[in-house]
Design a protein around this ligand. Structure first.
Ligand SMILES: Cc1cc2nc3c(=O)[nH]c(=O)nc-3n(C[C@H](O)[C@H](O)[C@H](O)COP(=O)(O)OP(=O)(O)OC[C@H]3O[C@@H](n4cnc5c(N)ncnc54)[C@H](O)[C@@H]3O)c2cc1C
Length: 448
């Protein structure tokens, strides 16, 4: 019989419960003897925001048996970027980052020269055509993060592999192997073989190792957000809508029970009061209406090594860039899968850390390009981007490859074909494949 390992998870947010659910699932599948315990603190609340996802989360939720109606899910075919190219609001100042090029768009793909047709084709597609694309697996979900956390918790409790320990960590005891034990505020002392730090920006466990971060605040200027919810809209929206504003951008995300709105901005360029006014005006809500507006702040940085000794930073504790492209929960999924390959296949921390760090770097290039390719100049925020922020060598290479190899050519390709091309400039593990860059370059008129 294989030896039993005890995995201690600290946290009560989405990262903690997703970790507990995925690990419990694998313990059952592999008939292992490991045990999970989760330290649940009622003293600090989870961030409880983040309604967007990317396609790789869908099979995970399916495998875990999550009922989509219980998390108020709607289908997401991608992101509609509005007013990013310039500040002039016009029907042409819009582009779509679809998750793939499904069949119903193919006709336009073979004539990539006409981008306006390509994007208007997406706009005009009927629900039937869009649902066909769902069959191509080219979809993600919008959902209620709080409901998802609760559903995951139910699954974990039913699995029988996890114990819940109430309390808040107030001391971490170290040894040669990393963490030896943790003390809770109710006198409990917990010992484990592995410790998962899911304590969000508090980073209660991983901070004991004085870890280094890669700071991206020179290219990703946004560091704050305001968010509120409204009644759901009647019209069906199958895209997250991301609209550029004076000092960042605004999201609009539909779930079945509400529409989420949020302004992601840089506090260096706009005050909270001004940002609130701009957000409400953009949604068409009166300033006097009492809304429960939530505030968030972060530093755009990622841990260089989220896995140190027997401590694994998962979720926001490993870092956060910004909400654009809804990557954070997927990065969490990726970290958990990497932890599982350490637990079950003994993959070493160094190779996993390298993999995670390259995933983050690629993501930064793609996010930063949204701002750097924009021709907006109406405010100090956008002018700062155009005069002070330099493109990274990785970004320059990708843009140049796209322009010269793909954009100007006229040949009917599909995404899988592109993946197998020998001169393909990115490795296929990359989250942002050529089609993501191509639609952005086309949408931002970068090839003209
Ligand atoms: C404005 C904004 C928008 C976002 N939008 C998206 C999106 O669209 N898509 C997406 O994928 N992601 C998004 N995210 C990220 C997403 O919210 C997080 O990835 C996700 O909620 C997981 O958070 P977490 O569990 O890591 O941290 P938290 O939710 O912060 O949870 C941390 C937990 O740790 C516990 N804790 C803290 N200290 C202690 C202690 N000493 N002892 C015990 N427990 C402790 C707290 O009680 C809490 O339960 C967004 C984030 C922000 C800020």
């Amino acid at each position: 019989m294989k030896s039993e390992k005890k995995i201690v998870i600290v946290g009560n947010g989405l990262a903690a419960w997703l970790s507990a659910a995925m690990i419990s699932y694998e313990i059952k599948e592999k008939k292992a003897n490991h045990r999970v315990c989760i330290v649940e603190s009622k003293k600090t609340l989870p961030v409880g925001v983040g309604e967007g996802s990317i396609p790789s989360l869908v099979p995970v939720l399916e495998r875990l048996g999550i009922d989509l109606t219980k998390i108020n899910a709607t289908y997401k075919l991608g992101i509609e970027y509005t007013n990013w190219y310039s500040e002039a609001a016009s029907p042409f100042n819009k582009w779509y980052h679809t998750f793939s090029f499904p069949g119903w768009m193919e006709e336009n793909l073979s004539a990539m020269i006409n981008y306006d047709n390509f994007f208007s084709k997406i706009e005009k597609a009927s629900d039937e055509e869009k649902s066909k694309s769902l069959l191509d697996n080219a979809y993600a979900l919008h959902f209620d993060t709080h409901c998802l956390t609760q559903e995951l918790k139910k699954k974990v409790l039913l699995s029988g592999y996890c114990d819940i320990i109430p309390g808040t960590v107030n001391k971490v005891n170290l040894s040669e192997e990393g963490i030896q034990s943790i003390n809770l505020d109710n006198e409990t002392v917990l010992k484990g073989d592995y410790y998962l730090d899911c304590t969000g920006f508090n980073r209660v466990l991983i901070s004991q190792f004085d870890p280094k971060f890669t700071d991206y605040s020179n290219v990703l200027l946004c560091n704050s957000a305001l968010a509120f919810v409204q009644e759901p809209k009647e019209e069906k929206i199958t895209f997250t809508v991301a609209t550029a504003l004076s000092s960042g951008w605004k999201w609009e995300i539909p779930t079945t029970e509400k529409t989420g709105h949020g302004y992601v901005y840089s506090s260096e360029f706009i005050s909270e009061d001004e940002a609130t006014k701009e957000l409400l005006a953009s949604v068409g809500v009166s300033e006097n209406k009492s809304l429960n507006i939530k505030k968030f702040a972060w530093e755009p940085k990622i841990l260089e090594r989220p896995f140190i000794k027997n401590c694994f930073a998962i979720g926001l504790s490993s870092g956060f860039l910004e909400p654009m492209e809804a990557l954070s929960i997927d990065i969490t999924r990726n970290l958990i899968q990497n932890f599982l390959s350490h637990l079950f296949f003994h993959r070493n921390n160094d190779s996993l850390n390298r993999k995670i760090s390259s995933y983050a770097k690629e993501a930064v290039d793609y996010l930063a390009a949204h701002y750097q390719l924009s021709k907006r100049s109406e405010s100090p925020f956008w002018r700062y981007y155009s005069s002070n922020v330099k493109a990274s060598p990785g970004m320059i290479k990708k843009i140049s490859d796209c322009k010269h190899r793909y954009l100007k050519r006229h040949y009917p390709w599909s995404e899988p074909e592109l993946h197998h091309r020998k001169d393909f400039p990115w490795n296929t593990d990359n989250i942002f494949r050529p089609h993501s860059w191509i639609v952005m370059l086309a949408g931002m008129n970068a090839d003209r």
